[in-house]
Write a new protein. Structure first.
Length: 264
């Protein structure tokens, strides 16, 4: 039985790493994946949040030189501008998430709402890709505080499982006239504070239900998620330099429709 549990942790860790940074919703995939794998673990919802932190740490590792430089040069206008924009963009989802955390977990963390959100999100990506023609902002230095707040508001949509945090923020960035690479990189950096906050808040809320037996299960998923995400980050930056996001939209729609039929 223990071997099965740890195998499930590996598979879910891979699934998290594969989907965290592409616009297909990692949370939605984890909810459906755990359902299909018949994961019988009392703290599976906490696990699904916790292993996302592994993927986020892959961002910290991949961009460690840039982040260290920004911290060391915090007195410069460029670094201050970067961190202020991240802070501004993080606030809306942090506030809404704090207010509605329990309701979201209770009513939306199941396959049917996730499938519907995947379909709707896919349609919206196709619509946005068709409408957005002109990109003006080519780097993070050009991102204004208003742009940052706008992307932060789009991120609130990702509180609905199946929407995709990266999808909401990247598409929001395109609507606000960022180019694909800049929108994707800002989405990466914006994930760091919001996912750290979400993970530790969830651990705090569920601390009393966690036990020592959870440690290895959580750790396996965390480590696998980290290394899988590291590969995907490098792939995605190259991909968005020469491609749009329509392939992910079609995938969302097909995936969502299939599982909507399965679970209804």
């Amino acid at each position: 039985m223990a071997i099965i549990i740890y195998l499930q942790a590996i598979l879910l860790g891979i699934l998290e790493g594969l989907t965290e940074f592409i616009p297909v919703s990692s949370t939605g995939h984890l909810i459906i994946g755990a359902h299909l794998l018949k994961v019988d673990h009392a703290n599976i919802n906490v696990f699904e949040i916790f292993i996302q932190l592994g993927a986020i740490l892959a961002i910290v590792y991949e961009y460690r030189s840039m982040l260290i430089e920004k911290v060391l040069l915090i007195q410069t206008k460029s670094s201050q501008h970067f961190f202020i924009n991240i802070l501004i963009a993080s606030i809306p989802a942090a506030v809404i998430g704090l207010l509605f955390h329990d309701h979201i977990k209770m009513y939306l963390f199941n396959p049917v709402p996730v499938s519907i959100a995947l379909i709707i999100g896919g349609v919206l990506i196709l619509f946005i890709e068709k409408q957005i023609k002109y990109k003006q902002l080519k780097n993070l230095e050009q991102l204004s505080k208003t742009n940052a707040l706008g992307i932060g508001l789009f991120q609130c949509l990702a509180l609905i499982p199946g929407t995709s945090r990266s999808g909401a923020t990247i598409m929001g960035g395109l609507i606000l006239k960022l180019d694909r690479k800049t929108a994707t990189e800002f989405s990466f950096f914006l994930a760091i504070p919001i996912m750290f906050a979400a993970t530790f808040y969830d651990l705090y809320k569920n601390y009393s239900s966690l036990s020592q037996e959870d440690t290895l299960f959580f750790l396996i998923g965390f480590v696998v998620s980290f290394f899988t995400a590291l590969v995907i980050i490098r792939f995605l930056i190259k991909f968005v330099s020469n491609n749009d996001f329509k392939i992910f939209a079609y995938y969302r729609i097909i995936f969502g429709l299939f599982f909507l039929v399965v679970f209804i």
